[in-house]
Design a protein around this ligand. Sequence first.
Ligand code: URA
Length: 429
Amino acid sequence: MPMQHDAVEVISAKRDQHELSDSQIDWVIDAYTRGAVADEQMSALAMAILLNGMNRREISRWTNAMIASGVRMDFSTLSRPTADKHSTGGVGDKITLPLAPLVAACGVAVPQLSGRGLGHTGGTLDKLESIPGWRALLSNEEMMAQLESVGAVVCAAGDGLAPADKKLYALRDVTGTVEAIPLIASSIMSKKIAEGTGALVLDVKVGTGAFMKSIDAARELAETMVALGQDAGVRTVALLTDMSTPLGRTAGNAIEVQESVDVLAGGGPADVVELTLALAREMLAGAGRSDVDLADVLASGRAMDAWKAMIRAQDGDPDAPLPQARESHVVTAPSAGVLTRLDAMAVGMAAWRLGAGRARKEDPVQAGAGVVWHARPGDAVTEGAPLFTLLTDEPARFDRALESLEGGYDIAPADTPFTPAPLVIDRVG
Ligand code: URA
């Protein structure tokens, strides 16, 4: 039982730039989870943390207190090693979909507890729910059985995992306190450590479409999370990857599933393939299976077989046609030249406004909605040729989506030199 403290004492300490003691942290997380610290008190503390920060000891204690607020999963009885991936969220980020079955096909189990999208970044569960019949909710027993038989599970995190984070994240979302690095790091890592994976690869996005707009902030977040993972005995590394340009050629739900299936079939956009392989290599290394030839597993169709088995195990039909939006609108290139910039935030906002994402967590999403872009930075464009296709079931949404795309791309004269930015910027851990 944590020592007794007082909410105002803890808030004032952080407000006055003091370090919180271990027992203050244990108490405030436990009391907040039980409802003994009120939302308004926790939001004042979250704002004080955002403004004054926390040191590594405080972040580590905060993370452990959030883990202790719920249950911990245990995969140690599985016959395969486990590895998971977490992305801090981006536009067109469908990587989990080809990655989980690819790594599973290499003999490593992937227990991926995922979330739904909020705002302009998509959610993995929303994408998978566009597959007819597929269900996100599994019992722990079903998850274990699927990990043993198929090797990959992507499902919703149960209520028992880090409940303190669930409550605190919802509060941060409405109090302007999401962007605090100590709170983001502890939120993500409490769930991943409680999930019980043996190895973890963090895809920390940086750029206009990401939480972290600057490389320095992304590196600080990555270093903090890697340290938390390693302290907890989880082999953790992070890749810093670009999110100024959206990934692939689509942002939405069903259209991103299709793009992922294309990758598993040996095709798909080059950047999606590159990032999938880079993250898979790290996951295999963390699980002690660096000997596997990933390109061979992809080319042999074994990753596609694992995908189909993973979808079927969760009652989905991997061969059923995917839902399509009822309405489409094509945006053409206003001039000829070379596309030099495609802004991830602009595309993400357009997809969101078309109905692919939600404004509140209770809102439904449209399976067929989203944005397809027909050129990526570096591609030549012809005046009048399609640049974007916007998809939605509700044509009234087109105007707001078009507004989002205004100023979201640049077309320069054809002879303008263009150097593509690297997709994988750095590795931490
Ligand atoms: N994702 C999380 O799970 N928590 C955060 O705080 C931010 C992103």
